[in-house]
Design a protein around this ligand. Sequence first.
Ligand SMILES: CC(C)(COP(=O)(O)OP(=O)(O)OC[C@H]1O[C@@H](n2cnc3c(N)ncnc32)[C@H](O)[C@@H]1OP(=O)(O)O)[C@@H](O)C(=O)NCCC(=O)NCCS
Length: 209
Amino acid sequence: MNQRTKILIVGGGGHAAVILDMLSISKEYHVVGIVDSQTSMSSRLAVPVLGGDDQLPLLFSQGVQHAFIAIGDNQRRKQMAARLTSLGFQFINVLSAHAYISPSVKLGSGVCVMAGAVIQPFSTLDDHVIVNTGATVDHDCRLNAFAHVAPGVALTGHVRLGEGCFIGAGATVIPNTEVGDWVQAAAGCVISKNISAQQKVKGIPAVVY
Ligand SMILES: CC(C)(COP(=O)(O)OP(=O)(O)OC[C@H]1O[C@@H](n2cnc3c(N)ncnc32)[C@H](O)[C@@H]1OP(=O)(O)O)[C@@H](O)C(=O)NCCC(=O)NCCS
C-alpha cells in the first residue's frame, strides 16, 4: 500500500483552513496536525492542534519531517521558514487541483497555489510564495521568495515581485513592471510603474503613501 508522507501544518488561522481543505483529498500527504499555540479555530479544523512551536523538535524526532507553513503574513512566514529549516524540516508544495499551472512553470518549495488561480508559461514562483484564490500570474513573471499575491490579483506578463511583496486583493500589475522587496500594495490598486523596495502603495494608479 502506498504510504503517504506525514506532514505538519504550521499556523492555524484562516489560511491554514484553506490549506487543509486542499490537502484533504491528497493521496500523497497525510496531515498529522497543526502547530499553533494560539489558534482560535481548533474546533473548526479537521486535524488536531499539537501545541506551539516548542513541539517542533519532538515532532521531528518522532518522524514528522515535512511541513507546510500556513501563515499569510510574509515576515512571519519567513521567520518560521528559517526556524523549521534549522531544525531539518523539508517543505512541501500545496497546489490546488482546481488551479492551472503551466508545465513550464518553475516552483520552489513551500509554495501554495489556490483554487481558481492560473500560472502561465515560463513564470517562476520561489520558495514560500502564495498565489491566493483566483489570482492570475501571466507569462514570464517572477515571484521572489515569500511574496503573497492575494485573491483576485492580476499580474500581467513579465512582472517581477521582490522578496516578501504583498499585493492586495483585486490589484493589477501592468506588464514589465518591477515591484521591489517587501512592498505592500493595497487592495484594488493598479501598479503601472516600477515601485522601489519597502514602499506602501495604493490607488489607481498606485502611488506611495
Ligand atoms: C493597504 C492595507 C494593507 C492597509 O494598510 P495600512 O497602511 O495599515 O492602511 P490604513 O488602514 O492605516 O489606511 C491608510 C489610508 O489608506 C486608505 N486605504 C486603506 N486601504 C486602501 C485601499 N485598498 N485602497 C485605497 N485606500 C485604502 C485608508 O482608508 C486610509 O485612508 P485615510 O488616511 O485617508 O484615512 C489594506 O487596507 C489593504 O488594502 N489590505 C489588503 C487586504 C487583502 O487583500 N487581504 C487579502 C488576504 S488573503
